[in-house]
Design a protein around this ligand. Structure first.
Ligand code: HEC
Length: 454
């Protein structure tokens, strides 16, 4: 009964917090034009006393939410501290207005500026907890770029500037924004843009590139015309070019619209080019997931198991058995309750045997698995094949054999498996294609490339 009441109060936190925000904002507005009010001081005292009370209620409800919903302290700590700071400034200003105490010896500005800052920061940190880190910055990116970059037109981050400018950068832009109307079958205005030759050939009115005066090129003019002009390209009802795409097309036209010059020789600024390079893929899955079971975390931590979120305000967890090896039934019971949250697990040196695979097959978001120095033989390893996020697996010095390698090789998303064994060389026991071999590390660094002693 009590438990549900506390949970209920906790869940009201997102609503209650609007009270202090409202009081503080109206208070600050009145403070701004306080000359207009006859009784501003009394009004402000009234507002900031309620502000103080509602701040306290917000903090209590927030704290209950943290306790009852099993949020991780690491993910809410800064929000909590700034909440307290907001309370201090609200209460401080209330005391200041009442006069005759320590608070009134400080400058009035301190409170107003402090309140603006603390309310903004607390709110922002709170928003991050519910909506994730990029919630606020994403619309800015859309505003700046016109839209989020189009995945298909992006260069891979490793060799971005090695490719020829036309095929790597220009044609993909034309493909995504122009060729629906300008291709070999349907060439609006007599113009096709599906390859370099057709672009060079131009339209029924002639060339669309002017090599003498690039900026007078038909294509250059069309993409720069205001969107509402009839001749603007692409037509305004269609998906528009982003600013970066317009810049790169312009740069290319100004450079004489070459085909095979390498991107790195095109003198494109890094800032501009960066718009066309794939951001490094996140290693761990980017998913919305409910907060982990706090009681299980406390239980396991109590035994010495290391558990931490993979980053601030993340519900995804890293778990390591570094200081606790002998897992008992009750530990496994609690561990299973964290199965959706754990993405990175290190059970090296632990007492787990092949039975671990059945448990792990329920860890749907597991991305990296370490089972080094355990007695596993690989029996049941195939149960992990359903894990769509499993990218890295470490099985150093275990009892696995070559059939385990085949199984790992069949995992759809595996990127790397570390399989070094002290007394034997597993790579000798199996034939893998060169392509597949790249996924495995048998720890042969020492013997490789050692030729003669000079
Ligand atoms: C929805 C269809 C559509 C899309 C998409 C489109 N165009 Fe066009 N385009 C047309 C039509 C129709 C004409 C002919 C009418 C005109 O000249 O405005 C034309 C004409 C042109 C011309 C003038 C040809 C000439 O010499 O008269 C150029 C240059 C051009 N488009 C470039 C582009 C580029 C570059 C893109 C992509 C960024 C693009 N178009 C996307 C429909 C489209």
């Amino acid at each position: 009964m009590w438990d549900s009441i506390l949970t209920l109060i906790g869940r009201f936190h997102p609503i209650i917090i609007h009270l202090p925000i409202g009081f503080i904002i109206i208070g600050l507005l009145i403070e701004l034009s306080r000359k207009k009010f006859k009784e501003s001081k009394n009004i402000l005292i009234f507002i900031f006393s309620w502000g103080t009370i509602s701040c306290i209620l917000s903090i209590i409800s927030g704290f209950l939410q943290y306790l009852q919903e099993g949020l991780l302290w690491e993910s809410i700590d800064r929000h909590f501290y700034f909440g307290i700071l907001t309370l201090l400034f609200t209460f401080g200003f209330y005391q200041y207005l009442k006069g005759k105490n320590f608070f009134s010896s400080l400058p009035r500005r301190l409170y107003t500026v402090g309140l603006v800052l603390t309310v903004t920061i607390t709110g922002h940190l709170g928003g991050q907890i519910t909506h994730g880190d990029q919630y606020l910055t994403e619309p800015f990116q859309i505003m700046m770029d016109g839209e989020l970059s189009n995945e298909e037109t992006l260069l891979s981050s490793s060799n971005a500037s090695e490719g020829p400018i036309f095929n790597s950068l220009i044609q993909p832009i034309l493909n995504s924004k122009c060729i629906s109307c300008h291709n070999s079958e349907k060439s609006k205005g007599g113009l096709a843009l599906h390859n370099f030759e057709s672009l060079q050939r131009g339209s029924k009115n002639g060339m669309i590139i002017n090599y003498e005066n690039p900026e007078l090129s038909e294509i250059f003019v069309r993409i720069h015309l205001p969107k509402n002009e009839k001749k603007h390209m692409p037509p305004k009802s269609k998906k528009q070019l982003t600013k970066a795409e317009i810049s790169i097309l312009s740069h290319w036209i100004n450079a004489g619209a070459p085909e095979n010059i390498l991107i790195k020789d095109m003198k494109i600024s890094n800032e501009l080019l960066s718009n066309f390079i794939k951001k490094k893929e996140r290693f761990f899955p980017e998913i919305e997931i409910s907060s982990p079971n706090n009681k299980s975390i406390s239980f396991l931590r109590g035994k010495g198991v290391h558990i931490a979120p993979i980053s601030k305000s993340s519900n995804l967890l890293y778990l390591s058995s570094y200081n606790y090896h002998d897992f008992m039934e009750e530990d496994i019971f609690e561990l299973k309750k964290l199965s959706n949250n754990i993405v990175d697990i290190d059970l090296s040196n632990s007492s787990f045997n092949d039975e671990v695979f059945e448990m792990l097959s329920a860890f749907t978001n597991l991305t990296r698995l370490k089972l080094n120095y355990t007695s596993i033989t690989g029996k049941g390893l195939d149960q992990l094949s359903s894990l769509k996020n499993l990218k890295i697996i470490h099985l150093v010095n275990t009892d696995i054999n070559s059939s385990s390698i085949k199984i790992i090789n069949s995992f759809p998303y595996i990127e790397k498996a570390y399989l070094f064994q002290n007394n034997r060389n597993l790579s000798k026991e199996i034939n893998l294609s060169d392509e597949d071999l790249k996924k495995f590390d048998f720890g042969e660094y020492i013997t490789q490339g050692l030729t003669t002693d000079e």
